[in-house]
Design a protein around this ligand. Structure first.
Ligand code: AMP
Length: 303
């Protein structure tokens, strides 16, 4: 492990000169990050940004890799954003593993980690209220009230601070991706949002920081979520949309470790419910399932 704290105190100018040759830098202050990025831009470098809440896994790293392929200078943020947690217990239990995260990022194209404190990101309470209409009323929006407003608050702040050319988001959080794209349009932010595919464990379970909270038996049974989504996707057209939805929920709930919160099949533009397979829209099946106390989400495209 490199002495992260040591690099923290090296004068910023040194990094501006040598950012591409030195080990990854960790920055906590907005002004330091802005100075570093301004220097990179002055040097003609394109900026790629990957926002995360830490507890990194291969899903996050795939975004960082893609950012490295598409940008000259990659910024990764690690910040557990309190405003997007509607359940205080969930916020409290969210894993915080900064040192391990930095070690994981060391062999990635990440150039700088931005790890601000809550006070740095919210010197004053953020009272902004976004309006995403239906996008924030269904699925995650319905079951996690206020969640997407918090996501929009923090992502808009990060996009203002980092001012990246491209920002990378996982399709694992499909609804979040749709909402971030809508927010970027609403605020006319000059950034391209890049969607990256879902990375899964060998069992098929979508990688998630929350998987760490599953017992070995829960983890094994949680693999049923993706198995069921895949079967649904393969057999979709043999049933009506309604029949398929009922079958999926019954299959998931038949597993004693799983309890479905919702299963929806929506179009990928306004997240309206798909009623008929003949509708000329891209269809995505989205699910939220409790495995014990751990809430897991996943989705699959229905071709
Ligand atoms: P989080 O730290 O959970 O807020 O996630 C940060 C970013 O990583 C988001 O854009 C997520 O969609 C993405 N992400 C999380 N898990 C995965 C995964 N299994 N595959 C791909 N992207 C992911």
């Amino acid at each position: 492990m490199k002495p992260t704290n040591h690099w923290d105190i090296v004068p910023i100018n040194l990094f501006i000169l040598r950012a591409n040759f030195l080990p990854m830098l960790v920055i906590h202050e907005i002004r330091d990050l802005k100075a570093l990025i301004a220097a990179q831009k002055a040097d003609g470098k394109s900026i790629g940004f990957v926002p995360t809440m830490g507890a990194l896994h291969r899903g996050h790293l795939s975004l960082v890799q893609e950012a490295g392929r598409q940008s000259d200078f990659v910024v990764v943020s690690i910040f557990v954003n309190p405003t997007q947690f509607n359940d205080p217990k969930d916020l409290e239990k969210y894993p915080r593993t900064l040192q391990a995260d930095l070690e994981l990022l060391e062999h990635s194209p990440c150039c700088v980690v931005f790890a601000p404190t809550v006070e740095t990101m919210y010197p004053e309470p953020d009272t902004r209220r976004f309006n995403f209409g239906q996008l924030e009323q269904v699925m995650e929006g319905q079951f996690r009230p206020g969640h997407f407003n918090g996501v929009a608050q923090v992502v808009s702040k990060f996009l203002e601070i980092v001012a990246p050319d491209k920002a990378f988001f996982g399709q694992k959080d499909f609804q979040q991706l749709v909402i971030v794209k809508a927010m970027v349009k609403q605020l006319t932010l000059p950034v391209e949002i890049i969607a990256c595919p879902i990375i899964r464990e060998a069992s098929g379970l979508a990688m998630s920081s929350r998987n760490e909270r599953l017992s070995p038996e829960q983890r094994e049974n949680a693999a049923v979520i993706y198995k069921t989504l895949r079967e649904a996707s393969n057999n979709a057209k043999n049933f009506s949309v309604e029949e398929l939805k009922t079958q999926v929920v019954e299959k998931l709930n038949a597993n004693p470790y799983l309890q479905t919160e919702y299963f929806e099949i929506v179009n990928d533009t306004d997240l309206g419910s798909v009623e008929q397979w003949t509708e000329p829209v891209n269809k995505v099946a989205c699910v939220a399932v409790f495995c014990g106390e751990v809430r897991l989400i996943d989705n699959i495209v229905i071709a």
